[in-house]
Design a protein around this ligand. Structure first.
Ligand code: BGC
Length: 467
């Protein structure tokens, strides 16, 4: 849609005060304040405002009290210049698996005050973001107070804006020194990680709402099953790439989250979760700790399905550990039909998104039901969303996802929050900046933000706590 390319007025970059926005408390006001033209032009604002007014009174559409409504980002994808990380190194190799380097990304490292203020002004009460371990411990054993202070300021800004924080301690990227020593495959990895967790919690813990040791620690296993257009054999391609990376950086043990031996990485992550969690709790015992699992809505293929095998292989060990956690973060985007040893391609004729996943918002309802039953702990949807340049498809996707989530909650599933991926159009790892997951567009030349209609729509639901 055109609105993603429409620059916003300069004033958008100035902090937008919550008071100003709440004076109107409607999508129309939000759009007026931030200078986006698309909502007003389509008349969507009036409908949204009317919807917000009528739905807040309708108890059947209301979500539980204190429900968390948020957006998520991850350090490497938005901060920019994460130069001490393993991924920065890989991105800049001549034969990189990354389509382009992350560069300045969304410069969220500097622009977080306005981004956080915008999130709150839109109506959200929660922000999920991550620490960059590579900034905090750029060389082994050297911890930067200044970088810890940076994250402390981010957490404090959230508090000023009455946002609950979901803080991910490790979202894929790792320090370069840690990767050179074999990353999660090194037997010393869990202790190295626990030391970082302890330092970070000591510095930041009092401001954290919910902590997560790992974002999607099941992904290394999941890669073996994935089957997307143009990406079949992804796991093999990554294995080949690892050999090249090791040669190019002259580090025979080098391994990152994505590149390495999936089973050894999984074992390292499992042990690191336990030690990291213990380290966090030793500083702040009452801080809720969990992790965020990547969970597709797995459905049996009509013939020769291996659904049970996939679940046991990918989620099994993590769901078992999650039973001891304070909550489970569930991250889901679509469904997959599970065939023999691999997921099947999307059904013929199915609508797919920019990254090739089937448009299937009902995954949220199905996955929270499954995850809750499998673990018995409170569930927070910590990622869900869609990569599209047509924001109308995002609006429909979110509305259907939330309708399904509400059905599950009404049936008694203990879900505490819904966090959308993502606040900003950002660096989608190996795919670069092309996929648009954000409810706010980013012009990367000027770093100007443009609020999309989906942001106002979801912000209104958040503000009224009701569909
Ligand atoms: C990750 C995000 C990613 C998103 C969309 C999740 O796997 O946690 O970092 O951008 O999905 O692919």
């Amino acid at each position: 849609m055109k609105d993603e390319k429409t620059p916003v007025a300069e004033s958008t970059l100035k902090p937008i005060t919550r008071r100003n926005l709440l004076q109107g408390a409607s999508a129309a006001t939000v759009v007026g304040m931030v200078g986006s033209r698309s909502l007003a032009q389509t008349g969507t604002t009036d409908k949204l405002a009317a919807l917000a007014a009528s739905s807040s009174a309708d108890k059947t559409k209301a979500f539980p009290d204190k429900f968390l409504w948020g957006c998520a980002t991850a350090g490497h994808q938005v901060e920019g210049n994460n130069t001490s990380s393993d991924l920065w190194l890989i991105e800049h190799l001549p034969e990189s698996v990354f389509k382009e380097p992350s560069g300045d990304a969304c410069d969220h490292y500097h622009l977080y005050p306005q981004d956080i203020s915008m999130l709150a002004d839109l109506g959200f009460n929660t922000y999920r973001f991550s620490l960059e371990w590579a900034r905090i411990e750029p060389e082994e054993g050297f911890f930067s107070n200044a970088e810890l202070e940076h994250y402390r300021r981010m957490l404090a800004t959230c508090r000023e804006h009455h946002l609950t924080t979901l803080l991910t301690y490790s979202h894929f990227s790792i320090p370069r020194w840690f990767a050179v020593k074999g990353g999660w495959q090194n037997p010393a990895a869990p202790d190295r990680y626990a030391r970082f967790c302890e330092k970070a919690t000591r510095h930041l813990g009092d401001l954290v709402g919910y902590a997560s040791t790992f974002n999607e620690p099941d992904v290394p296993q999941l890669l073996n099953w994935i089957n997307l257009p143009g990406m079949s054999g992804l796991a093999d391609a990554l294995r080949d790439n690892l050999t090249k990376v090791r040669q190019q950086v002259n580090a025979p043990e080098f391994a990152s989250f994505f590149l390495g031996d999936a089973k050894r990485i999984r074992d390292g992550l499992l042990a690191a979760h336990q030690k990291g969690k213990a380290a966090m709790k030793s500083v702040r015992n009452d801080m809720p700790v969990g992790f965020n699992l990547a969970m597709s809505d797995d459905q049996p293929a009509p013939e020769d399905s291996h659904l049970a095998e996939k679940r046991a292989d990918v989620y099994g060990p993590w769901l078992e550990v999650a039973k001891q956690n304070d909550y489970l973060g569930v991250q889901t985007y679509s469904r997959t039909l599970v065939g023999k040893n691999q997921d099947l391609p999307s059904p013929k004729g199915a609508e797919t998104t920019q990254v090739g996943w089937e448009f299937y918002p009902e995954c949220v309802e199905h996955v929270v039901r499954y995850a809750s039953k499998a673990t018995g702990v409170p569930i927070i949807v910590t990622e869900n969303g869609i990569a599209t340049t047509d924001d109308r498809r995002r609006v429909e996707y979110i509305q259907r996802a939330l309708a399904g989530l509400k059905r599950a909650i009404d049936d008694g599933v203990d879900v505490r929050g819904y966090v959308l991926w993502s606040l900003l159009d950002n660096f989608e790892w190996m795919s670069g900046f092309e996929p648009k997951f954000g409810i706010v567009a980013v012009d990367r030349a000027t770093q100007r933000r443009t609020i999309k209609p989906s942001a106002a729509m979801l912000g209104n639901i958040a503000r009224t706590n009701s569909l």
